[in-house]
Design a protein around this ligand. Structure first.
Ligand code: 13P
Length: 253
């Protein structure tokens, strides 16, 4: 276990402004003072400021769902680390599977985002995970190892402690099919061993590895009780205040 659990909600392309601020407000009421678990929510870009305001001085941090690696300029549609910091973001998700597989992001692009976050003081959440076909072809370890190695290229051992890895098997995302605790733990242990090879064992022991893929209040505890699972990256269930709060409350038991 790498210190405190870290539970983050990825709202994806959901909510209106009023829904987003209401959701944040409800979370503040339910779990806003929890200190024993690190928490963040990642709303869509247009709602970051409004959600930050709704989060107020609570313990719930703000994260972005993506970021770009340049400072400013002619990059239509992109958002910089400075912009994210300006509106109060502490975290940015890099390389979510939907960006890899729907938008076509490559490991090289994702690596540039991770490095930019680190150099500018945003904590990246690097997402990795295999497709169902890759799992069925016994390629899970190869795929995830490659995503980790390439995604962390150039990240020093001094900087890696600020990075969170999120293992999200693509076949478990939004499907209601959760990896069993054994399936998840197996990959998490492999990821930690690989981090031990890239850095060293004590350093790897301090890196938080979240699980993501159909996490709900009723399966969160058994997943987060696994020795190498240090929290959750929650999609669908993070859109309901009761469910996200329920997952966090499972984390503090
Ligand atoms: P679900 O929790 O909806 O399966 O989504 C997981 C995810 O992709 C979080 O980033």
């Amino acid at each position: 276990m790498a210190g405190k659990l870290f539970i983050a909600g990825n709202w994806k392309m959901n909510t209106s402004l009023s829904e987003a601020t209401a959701l944040a407000g409800a979370l503040v009421e339910k779990i806003g003072s929890v200190k024993t678990v690190d928490m963040a929510v990642c709303p869509p870009f247009p709602y970051l400021s409004g959600v930050k305001e709704a989060l107020g001085g609570s313990k719930i941090a703000l994260g972005a769902q993506d970021v770009f690696y340049e400072d400013s300029g002619a990059y239509t549609g992109e958002v910089s680390t400075e912009m994210l910091k300006d509106v109060g973001c502490s975290y940015a998700i890099c390389g979510h599977s939907e960006r890899r597989h729907v938008i076509g992001e490559t490991d090289e692009l994702i690596n540039r985002k991770v490095l930019k976050c680190i150099s500018d003081g945003i904590m990246p959440i690097l997402c990795v995970g295999e497709l169902l076909t890759q799992r069925q072809a016994n390629e899970t370890i190869d795929v995830v190892s490659r995503q980790i190695r390439l995604g962390l290229e150039g990240v020093s051992s001094a900087d890696i402690s600020g990075v969170t890895i999120a293992y999200e098997p693509v076949w478990a995302i939004g499907t209601g099919v959760t990896a069993t605790p054994d399936q998840a733990q197996e990959v998490h242990a492999m990821i930690r061993a690989l981090l031990g090879e890239i850095y060293d064992t004590p350093t790897a022991g301090g890196i938080r590895i979240q699980y993501g893929g159909s996490v709900k209040p009723d399966n969160a505890a058994e997943l987060m009780n696994c020795p190498d699972i240090d929290g959750a990256l929650v999609g669908g269930a993070s859109l309901k205040a009761d469910d996200f709060a329920g997952i966090v409350l499972e984390g503090i038991k």
